[in-house]
Write a protein of this length. Sequence first.
Length: 190
Amino acid sequence: MSKGLLFVLSGPSGVGKGTVSAELRIRKPELIYSVSATTRQPRTGEVDGVNYFFKTHDEFKKMIDNDMLLEYAEYVGNHYGTPRDFVDRTLEAGNDIFLEIEVQGALKVMEKFPEGVFIFLTPPSFEELQNRLQNRGTETMDTINNRMTVAADELEMMKHYDYSVVNDEIDLACKRIESIIIAEHCKIRK
Ligand SMILES: Nc1ncnc2c1ncn2[C@@H]1O[C@H](COP(=O)(O)OP(=O)(O)OP(=O)(O)O)[C@@H](O)[C@H]1O
Ligand SMILES: Nc1nc2c(ncn2[C@@H]2O[C@H](COP(=O)(O)O)[C@@H](O)[C@H]2O)c(=O)[nH]1
């Protein structure tokens, strides 16, 4: 049996990765989504094991020490990481897996899985990115400013990705990603 494909969706905070992924889950239920571990506090409505595995700093460190993370990164004061075992088992079983992670982590996955498919989600403009972060209302103005500073560096990394997709409209962004998934599967059949 051939292995599944690893898709990584990345891009600056607030660009709409979570929103687009949630819509893709509805449109492509056959895709399997990785649940990350994080030391960040849950936001209202977030559920442990569904949105994230919420960990203490000690628990997260143990995961690193036991080599349980495919990649991890510190992002604006919190740690985030992708549990390795779930990714490996999904791919070995011949299923595709979808990771939604920030840019430092994606660059690490590129080293370990160069055969992965790396998609950078871009905002229509920098101003719109700031509007989206502010309108989401989940971060303080300080955190938003920090995330915008990081975003400027992250946009520089877009050139390392296989695809860039503009998230102007959720429907269009999803259609673009769905086309990429189809195209990557066609490549395998050739
Ligand atoms: N195409 C779009 N047009 C307008 N608003 C959008 C669009 N996509 C997402 N949004 C809004 O932008 C905000 C940020 O989206 P979302 O939380 O999905 O971003 P994210 O990239 O996952 O952020 P983070 O990396 O911080 O988790 C949300 O309020 C969402 O509703
Ligand atoms: N490197 C990783 N980044 C991850 C992972 N899971 C999520 N993220 C990214 O972190 C930021 C902030 O997320 P938020 O939920 O606090 O807004 C965002 O860009 C996520 O995509 C991961 O496992 N590794």
